[in-house]
Design a protein around this ligand. Structure first.
Ligand code: GUN
Length: 288
């Protein structure tokens, strides 16, 4: 059987993130005219190679948009007490509006304790319990950058979520759970799938929107997607050749979906753009 369907439209995260970053740069200039420069502190403990790339990109994006940013690198044997003391000092530092501790942290450090030590007003990653609670209850707070970026991507294609069936694959605190809450806030009917889900395909086939956030290559294949569905790929994996790829079999799913975000060039750049937005907003809130 042959089908003459058009390929899915690509949701270009690079182009969209550039627009958002240009908007941040404009708003940074407004704040600077009032004598305020938004500041982000990025803390990296240890030498995880992927983390080193991520933090470098975050700091560079800040500089490009006119924000102030400091990258603090610590050796892998840094004590938890020393890190908590440093966070407390940054909480008190008026030049710093956002604090980000790159995860994962080494085993001697309790990541949950570190996240809870960050002042909620400076929690630009949106990982603090106060931020999670604010998201859950629809109160003002910081949304985690990756799901926030996904919502911006949906907005860019004018996807009206009301009454749509959104299927989120993955239940992490950083992506899956906040993603589901944001979609629910926009009146979608939301299903969260995970490693214990039975017959994933039967569920994804019902979806108008699929967000794949598991970290497994080719988790989502064309036979699992309803024609015309929107597919956002949050995965960051490497194939045998070491090439970056997502959770979605892009070539196959592209022939079925209505819209699809690629990896690289999809959700990744949006995550960084939303970090800038959150840091800018932290500075705006601190100044009013
Ligand atoms: N590690 C992987 N993704 C993230 C993120 O968005 N923020 C932080 N702090 N660490 C991460």
């Amino acid at each position: 059987m042959t089908q003459s369907t058009a390929l899915a439209q690509i949701i270009d995260g690079i182009a969209l993130s550039q627009q958002l970053r240009a908007d941040v740069a404009r708003r940074v200039n407004v704040l600077k005219a009032r004598g305020i420069t938004p500041g982000l502190a990025v803390i990296l403990v240890g030498e995880n190679p992927a983390s080193q790339v991520y933090v470098r990109n975050k700091v560079k994006a800040c500089e490009d948009a006119g924000l102030y940013s400091v990258l603090e690198k610590y050796p892998p044997d840094l004590s938890e007490a020393a890190l908590l003391a440093r966070i407390e000092a940054l909480n008190q530092d008026p030049a710093i509006h956002g604090i980000l501790v790159q995860l994962p942290v080494p085993a001697q450090i309790d990541a949950a304790k570190v996240i809870e030590a960050i002042a909620p007003a400076k929690d630009v990653d949106g990982f603090h319990i106060a931020s999670a609670g604010a998201l859950m209850t629809g109160m003002p707070g910081f949304w985690p950058c990756t799901p926030y970026g996904c919502m911006k991507m949906l907005e860019s294609i004018h996807f009206d979520l009301r009454g749509k069936h959104a299927v989120v694959i993955g239940r992490s605190n950083i992506v899956g759970k906040p993603m589901a809450l944001l979609l629910l806030q926009q009146h979608a009917t939301v299903t969260i799938c995970h490693s214990a889900t039975k017959d994933l395909k039967a569920i994804t086939l019902q979806a108008d929107l699929i967000v794949a956030a598991v970290g497994r290559r080719n988790l989502l294949t064309a036979d699992m997607v309803k024609p015309g569905a929107v597919v956002l790929d949050v995965g960051m994996n490497r194939n045998e050749a070491g090439k970056l790829c997502g959770d979605v079999d892009f070539a196959g799913v592209r022939e079925v979906a209505g819209y699809i975000s690629p990896v690289p060039g999809g959700v990744g750049p949006m995550t960084i753009a939303m970090l800038l937005v959150n840091t800018l907003e932290a500075a705006e809130r601190a100044s009013t």
